[in-house]
Write a protein that binds this ligand. Structure first.
Ligand code: ADP
Length: 204
C-alpha cells in the first residue's frame, strides 16, 4: 500500500472568500493522494510516465521507469509508433510493482505558446485518466509531467494537473477511479502540490 501524505496532513482550509478555485470539492478528498519519492516503487494499478513523442525512453522519470521495468517495456513501446504531445498510450508494466504504465507526452514549456502548452498538459492528464478507466485501473499515480527537462513551471503545472483530475472525477467516468495519487520528486513540485491541493480539495 502507498502512503498518502495529503490525507495525513492537517492543513488549515483557506476561508472560502480567499479561494480563487470555483467549487472546491471536499467529497472527493478520499480519492486524492500525495506522495513524494520514486514512482517506480508504487503499488498502484497504473503509473503515468513523462515520456517523449518517440516513446523509446529518455532520462528523468522515463529512464527510471524503463530501468525498473526491464527490456520488455522498450520492446512493447517500439510497436506503438510514438505518441502525439498532449496524449498518452498504455502498456504492460513488466517488472514494475504496478500493473500498467501510461506513457504521456507533455509539452515542452514555451512562454510564447502558454495556452497551447496548457492545453497539451491538460490533454495528458485527461487522456491518462480515460485510459486508466477504460482499462479497469482503479488507482493511478502521476509523475509531475513536463516539470523536469521540459521546464513547465511547477506551480502552473500543478494547477493544470489538479484541475484536470478534479474535472474527471466529477465527470461521468469519475466513479471508475478510486484513487488518484500525485507523485512528486523535487522540492519545487512538492511545494506546488502542498500549496494547490488543499485549494481544490479542501481538507474535511
Ligand atoms: P519531462 O521531460 O516531462 O519534464 P522529466 O522526466 O524530466 O520529464 O521530469 C518529469 C518529472 O518527474 C520531474 O518533476 C522529475 O523531477 C520527476 N522525476 C524524475 N525521476 C522520478 C522518479 N523516479 N519518480 C518520480 N518522479 C520522478
Amino acid at each position: 500500500t502507498i502512503p498518502l501524505l495529503y490525507k495525513l496532513k492537517k492543513l488549515t482550509p483557506a476561508p472560502p472568500s480567499s479561494s480563487s478555485i470555483p467549487n472546491p470539492s471536499q467529497t472527493l478528498n478520499d480519492k486524492i493522494g500525495l506522495v513524494r519519492g520514486d514512482i517506480t516503487t508504487l503499488e498502484v494499478d497504473a503509473i503515468v510516465n513523462a515520456a517523449n513523442e518517440s516513446l523509446l525512453g529518455g532520462g528523468g522519470v522515463d529512464g527510471a521507469i524503463h530501468k525498473a521495468a526491464g527490456p520488455g517495456l522498450l520492446k512493447e513501446c517500439k510497436g506503438l509508433g510514438g505518441c502525439d504531445t498532449g496524449s498518452a498510450k498504455i502498456t504492460d508494466a513488466y517488472k514494475l510493482p504496478c500493473n500498467r504504465v501510461i506513457h504521456a507526452v507533455g509539452p515542452i514549456w514555451n512562454r510564447d505558446w502558454a495556452e497551447k502548452s496548457e492545453k497539451d498538459l491538460r490533454g495528458c492528464y485527461t487522456t491518462s485518466l480515460q485510459l486508466a478507466a477504460e482499462n479497469r485501473c482503479k488507482s493511478i499515480a502521476f509523475s509531475s509531467l513536463s516539470t523536469g527537462v521540459y521546464r513547465y513551471p511547477s506551480r502552473d503545472a500543478a494547477q493544470v494537473a489538479i484541475k484536470a483530475v478534479k474535472d474527471f472525477l466529477e465527470g461521468e467516468d469519475g466513479d471508475k477511479l478510486d484513487k488518484v495519487v500525485f507523485c512528486t520528486f523535487t522540492d519545487k513540485d512538492a511545494d506546488a502540490y502542498d500549496e494547490w491541493l488543499p485549494k481544490f480539495f479542501p481538507p474535511v
